[in-house]
Design a protein around this ligand. Structure first.
Ligand code: DGL
Length: 251
């Protein structure tokens, strides 16, 4: 039996794992939270690449994964091409900020994109943005510290008010917009907070379901990949926090 590996710099990828499990209810998943190295967003590309290789090696060696989902925009931008080159036999799916769906949805043609600093300066993101710039204006806000604050919020070490305050000031930097892209998987966990701050008239988008669709296509293309629907949680940090976060965000 072999599972689908999913990793992120911490608990953020649980927002993707929820979509994956809904789309593929009979598959086994192993989720790796690299919380000891969170946040990735403030690290150099070299460090994020090194962590991505280490985590993937562990998922292959200990869990014999048959496919990998990089449930992290930052790691996808920095490392997915290198992961694909090193593991050509492994089906690998990544995530990028949902600029494409956002540009199809916006009416005012002004879209706010919240993501980590590393994602927003990556070549992959800049290429995606410039391919869509004729359709809308993207106001990109690097939310430095937000992913880590969400980790601390999940652990009970930061309050909801602190998270709201941080989100409020990042949103204020964006000015006026009618579509909001949550370009970091951690931010999708606190979508209700963003909703309460932007009101009902703003469309909020992320790429969780698009990633699930891509994985479904890969799994369907390889029928021998079927396994049993179990979930294993692992990682480099506090296991109790991961268990608690999974209970909170996967149900
Ligand atoms: N959740 C990750 C992402 O989607 C990274 C957050 C971080 O560690 O900075 O980019």
């Amino acid at each position: 039996m072999s599972a689908i590996g999913v990793f992120d710099s911490g608990i953020g990828g649980l927002s993707i794992l929820k979509c994956l499990r809904e789309a593929l209810p009979s598959e086994a998943f192993v989720y790796f939270a690299d919380s000891a190295y969170n946040p990735y967003g403030d690290k150099s590309d070299a460090e994020v690449i090194a962590r991505s290789f280490t985590v993937t090696e562990e998922l292959i060696a200990k869990h014999q994964i048959k496919a990998l989902v990089v449930a992290c925009n930052t790691a996808t931008a920095a490392a997915i091409h290198l992961l694909r080159a090193r593991y050509p036999e492994l089906a690998i799916v990544g995530i990028e900020p949902a600029l494409k769906p956002a540009s199809a949805l916006t009416k005012t043609k002004r879209i706010a994109v919240l993501a980590t600093r590393s994602t927003l300066v990556s070549a992959k993101f800049l290429a995606l943005k410039s391919s869509l710039e004729s359709q809308a204006e993207f106001v990109c806000v690097p939310c430095i510290g937000l992913a880590n604050l969400i980790e601390r919020y999940a652990a009970g070490a930061a309050s909801k008010q602190e998270v709201e305050q941080a989100c409020k000031s990042f949103l204020a930097e964006a000015g006026a917009f009618d579509t909001l892209v949550l370009g970091c998987t951690h931010y999708a966990l606190i979508e209700p907070i963003f909703r309460s701050l932007v009101g009902a008239n703003v469309t909020i988008v992320d790429n969780g379901e698009a990633v699930a669709k891509r994985l479904v296509a890969l799994v369907q293309a390889t029928p021998h990949m079927a396994s049993e629907p179990i979930l294993q949680l692992t990682g480099s940090g506090d296991h109790t926090l991961l268990q608690l976060a999974a209970k909170r965000w996967l149900s």
